[in-house]
Design a protein around this ligand. Structure first.
Ligand code: FAD
Ligand code: UDP
Length: 375
């Protein structure tokens, strides 16, 4: 077989690049994934009980990029959905990001009022304050609040999820979910938020239906080398694996999802409930809240953090830390030397904690560079 591009990985990065190269450059693309489905970690499917589930954990779409939103809107309509998350603190379910409603849910009203006034005086209403910044800048009663929220909302959750405490990770990790001085209980405030109306798998199949795209599932790209001819390759898998770990392994975190179908319409109040302190799992997910599916029964999953072992599970999370960035930069130098033949992009190949919209934006930017022959 002769193709212009061999693209490895059918997640958002590989699918976006396949679609753009096929439809805009009339290029012949062979898209390969070792899994038995398209969609990468964003994949969804109906389980044997007829419930639409997210196989690799709940995926809610949110972006401030009109470019990304407009691009994906060619392939899906959207169901309006604003994600909400509760976390269990001292036996109470309170909103996260921790906000003024969380404050009143936990503390006696007069003390909550005092803390609210202090927060607004120091930071202003509507402001998002990363927990590590709150801890550094707070004094007096605010310092008590900062320590309380750090311990009860962040510290134990982070230890469970990453096996590291928040200070052992880049500050950007806990800053993803800042303390929010507001009454807004939504997890995200992005301009564009929603769920693909018919699910992610349908969105992906529409992206990939161009006749120039050939799709090969259940295939590791390494099995094809030697038997197909291609001009260039785009690789979206783990970059250390590509280079046979010659500069050492890049660490990732993985997860195990234990699914269970329950004979009641809904199991919990919202799509995600976090358990920072109790149990060994971090979250219980119920995707019916996201998908809007109507059914008399429901499926939930308990999320158990795992260390990553290439023989056992999948790499889900790059671990953002300086020492890992150093290893990654060695692989980046290797990648630079073969860039006329192979390009690297995506959450695993860039070793970056991308959300879906960032993966799409990265792919669209790379496509522009390819199309303008800058790369
Ligand atoms: P991936 O989706 O990981 O796709 C890479 C693909 O490459 C995989 O399918 C893999 O099988 C394939 N591959 C790897 N090596 C090979 C090989 N050797 N041969 C063939 N194929 C190979 N983002 C959000 O915006 N909102 C969310 O709510 C959200 N929730 C998330 C929850 C979890 C648990 C996780 C792990 C991620 C979440 N994300 C979320 C992030 C989102 O999953 C990623 O941004 C997105 O999947 C990145 O797409 P990608 O194509 O770069 O990588
Ligand atoms: N986090 C936390 N408690 C929470 C929510 C988040 O400690 O209730 C921290 C934790 O370190 C987590 C990070 O913030 O890994 C990012 O959270 P996010 O919800 O973005 O994680 P993801 O959905 O990507 O797993």
């Amino acid at each position: 077989m002769n193709v212009d591009w061999l693209i490895v990985g059918a997640g958002f990065t590989g699918a976006t690049l396949s679609e753009r190269l096929a439809s805009q450059c009339n290029a012949k693309v062979l898209l390969v994934d070792k899994r038995d489905h398209i969609g990468g970690n964003s994949y969804d499917c109906y389980n044997e009980d007829g419930i639409l589930i997210h196989k690799y954990g709940s995926h809610t779409f949110h972006t401030n990029s009109q470019m990304v939103w407009n691009y994906l809107s060619q392939f899906t309509e959207w169901r309006t959905y604003f994600h909400q998350v509760l976390t269990v603190v001292d036996g109470k379910k309170i909103p996260v990001p921790f906000n003024l409603n969380s404050l009143y849910a936990l503390f006696p009203p007069r003390y909550a009022e005092k803390l609210e006034e202090l927060l607004i005086q120091h930071f202003g209403f509507g402001v998002k304050v990363p927990i590590l910044k709150l801890r550094e800048t707070a004094s007096g009663d605010l310092s008590f609040l900062a320590e309380y929220v750090y311990k009860k909302v962040y510290y134990e959750y982070t230890l469970k999820h990453w096996q590291l405490n928040p200070q052992e990770l880049d500050r950007s990790v806990t800053a993803r979910v800042p303390v929010y001085i507001s009454r807004d209980n939504r997890y995200f405030q992005d301009t564009y938020q929603g769920m693909p109306k018919h699910g992610y798998a349908v969105l992906f199949s529409r992206m990939l239906r161009h006749p120039n795209i050939k799709l090969l599932l259940n295939t590791d790209y390494r099995e094809l080398l030697g038997s197909i001819r291609f001009k260039r390759m785009i690789y979206t898998g783990p970059i250390d694996e590509f280079f046979q770990y010659k500069h050492g392994t890049l660490p990732y975190r993985s997860l195990r999802f234990d699914f269970e179908t329950i004979n009641q319409e809904y199991y919990q109040e919202v799509g995600t409930i976090n358990y920072p302190h109790e149990y060994d799992f971090t979250r219980i997910l119920e995707q019916k809240h996201l998908t809007g599916q109507k059914a008399s029964h429901t499926t939930i999953s308990h999320v158990f953090p795992q260390s990553y072992d290439p023989k056992v599970n999948d790499p889900y999370y790059p671990i953002p830390r300086e020492d890992n960035r150093k290893i990654y930069s060695l692989y980046l130098q290797e990648a630079d030397q073969i860039k006329d033949k192979v390009l690297f992009a995506g959450r695993l190949a860039d070793y970056k904690y991308y959300n879906m919209d960032q993966a799409v934006a990265r792919a669209l930017t790379l496509f522009k560079e390819i199309a303008s022959k800058n790369i």
